[in-house]
Design a binder for this molecule. Sequence first.
Ligand code: C2E
Ligand code: CA
Ligand code: CA
Ligand code: CA
Length: 280
Amino acid sequence: AEKKGGNCYHIYQPSLNKCHSDYTITLETDLRYALEKQELVLYYQPRVSLVSGEIVGMEALLRWFHPQLGTISPKQFIPIAEETGLIIPISDWVSEMACQQGKTWQNWLKRPLKMAINFSAQGFQLSDFCERIEAICQRTQFPFSCLELELTESTLVKDFLQAREKLQQLQTLGIDVAIDDFGTGYSSLNYLQQFSFQILKLDRTFVRNSGRDTTNRAIVSSLIQLAHNLQLSVVAEGVERQCELNFLREQNCEEIQGYLFSPPLSAREMEDLLREKRRL
Ligand code: C2E
Ligand code: CA
Ligand code: CA
Ligand code: CA
């Protein structure tokens, strides 16, 4: 039964919806314990330079291995984490874990490796966001210069002025910020004008078929030029085909990420890949 203004109640029970909401409630309850039960795990997707062909860094991507439901996509549980506020402890854990892992790999390889971490609005909006990040870098000895924060337009829209200040603060520390999923929102160009980023992540909806589709080719080529004119470097995500790679290379895109080179990997698989020194 759902309260519907005044004293009027109505029964709301289409079976499909009920099923869905039960599922959401289960996830919500279980997510509370997922961290301490070590069901949340970080995967890492390599990022490859189109100049050297080497792995220059990676993006940390969350996975939830649910004991009954199997693997749950972050697209499903991140919104729940945001609604419940659980995103804050989860985000802290992700940052600490990613920096720790990144530091271990840097020490072992004896070269810098970038680590990109996704943040959603709630985490970024904390008034002490920058101080938290700074503290994590200090605790884990992870260099500011290797850290990249990935933010989407919707993360920045909430508090324009404070967001601008934070980006400034991060820049002063030497931490790079990427605008993620670029071009998929409503006012992407406005964001480029209002905020200072160092990296533009080209969304995979544009990258897809950019080897063939003339519309996507035009969009990708223009966005890369735009980014370069603004001194941003470009990371293309979701590169799956050789023809997409060829096109991106022609357009002087700096780095790519995608199934063509590698899907997101567990820490152990990533270690093997780094040991192999595989190139593009
Ligand atoms: P995103 O930031 O756009 O991450 C890229 C997504 O594209 C990842 O999905 C990745 O697995 C997928 N991908 C990579 N290469 C390819 C490809 O060649 N083809 C296709 N079709 N897909 C590719 P994933 O891991 O399922 O993550 C989904 C989203 O969840 C992420 O999108 C990000 O917005 C969010 N997310 C993941 N981890 C975190 C986190 O730690 N914190 C927050 N706040 N959000 C996260
Ligand atoms: Ca991302
Ligand atoms: Ca993205
Ligand atoms: Ca995307």
